[in-house]
Ligand binder design. Structure first.
Ligand code: SF4
Length: 361
């Protein structure tokens, strides 16, 4: 890096940075930093911005969030996926509220539940003037390319190199905005597969570009093997368009969210039989027709979801069982997985088999 690298990076950021609701002058509100950083992890910003605004309207302070039901917090994360983050955010709010005040140091925040090293560094850097730089995947990628470092993404050595680069830039710039600029560079210019080096303010410093192979850095992390699953889903509709949902009460990823009744199918098991069993467990046995298969991924699982559509005029079906609810699938009043909207599209207009007409006396 050269003497003016930090200033070039800052100048680029100040003239091109995206306007985001949490990008306010330093020092920032730690609660807004926390919510934005947690929401932005592994989620596209177009989806994060409206969710962030809605979240702060619903939970305007860390105290309000701590006092909320986890189910309400999950609902505010509806459609963002990675619901583990919603639970961590709630735990973090509870930890801060129990303590009575925000810790203002990296170590103090990291000691609280719900705070990993990245989140603790981001909150202390942007809200309390902390000196621990936040190093996310974007910073790690830029670091590896600038130095042509053959290090694995997510590895400790690359994280350490990222910290050294961030420290050096901060020493020259004197503002944590340079860290934000580095993250922005990775998110918008030095992207994973197609870096736009012609627009990069650090191009003259970049060993990866000089070598002609910037995308060779960093080395890919070892991929966890993906698991394939098949699910049978019961899509049971009432005449008003509402659909039977159940609260998922198991598993670390979906627990607390609401979905139509579903069953994970064993190898060779009949999806139709499983859907019929789900209907009977709901106290109902309608004719079912199969709608289009939906593809859905949850972390390392690729799931083929096989929906079976049935209709019922009986408003009591399913209500007797705790954790059941009839909801409009596109405007549910409970926290749902993004799978629900996919299923609604697959089942929309799909004619549920008519029930036999009731015989008149
Ligand atoms: S020159 Fe290209 S590869 Fe190097 S940091 Fe900039 S965008 Fe990334």
């Amino acid at each position: 890096m050269s003497d003016d690298s930090a200033q070039r990076l800052l100048g680029w950021f100040r003239s091109t940075a995206r306007e985001l609701p949490w990008r306010t002058p330093f020092p920032r509100d730690p609660y807004a930093v926390l919510v934005s950083e947690v929401m932005a992890q592994q989620t596209q910003l177009e989806r994060v911005v409206p969710a962030f605004r809605g979240f702060l309207e619903r939970f305007p302070s860390v105290q309000v969030l701590a006092a909320a039901e986890v189910a309400d917090v999950l609902r505010a994360f509806s459609g963002l996926g990675y619901y583990r983050r919603a639970r961590l955010l709630h735990r973090a709010a509870c930890g801060i509220t129990e303590r009575g005040a925000w810790p203002t140091t990296f170590e103090g925040l990291q000691a609280l539940p719900g705070f990993g090293p990245y989140t603790a560094a981001a909150v202390t850097a942007f809200a309390f003037g902390g000196s621990e730089p936040p190093v996310d995947g974007n910073v790690a990628r830029v670091t590896a390319r600038l130095g042509a470092l053959p290090l694995k993404l997510g590895s400790g050595p690359l994280l350490q190199q990222g910290r050294l680069l961030a420290d050096a830039l901060f020493a020259d710039a004197g503002t944590p905005q340079v860290w934000e600029a580095l993250m922005e560079l990775g998110a918008t210019v030095c992207t994973p597969s197609r870096p736009r080096c012609g627009l990069c303010p650090l191009a003259s410093d970049c060993a990866g570009l000089r070598a002609g192979t910037p995308t060779a850095f960093p080395l890919a992390r070892t991929q966890r093997a993906r698991e394939r699953q098949r699910w049978a889903v019961l899509w049971l509709e009432r005449p008003d368009g509402s659909v039977l949902l159940r609260r998922v009460d198991h598993g670390p990823l979906l627990a607390g969210l609401w979905l139509p009744p579903f069953a994970v199918l064993a190898e060779g098991a009949s999806a139709r039989d499983a859907a019929r069993d789900l209907a009977r467990q709901s106290g109902f046995d309608p004719p079912l027709t199969q709608a289009a298969t939906v593809k859905h991924s949850i972390t390392h699982r690729d799931i083929r979801v096989l929906p079976f559509v049935g209709a019922t005029p009986d408003t009591r079906v399913g209500e007797a069982r705790e954790g059941s609810s009839w909801q409009q699938p596109l405007t549910p009043a409970v926290g749902v997985s993004s799978l629900l909207a996919k299923l609604a599209r697959a089942c929309a207009g799909h004619k549920a088999p008519r029930l036999p007409a009731e015989r008149e006396e």
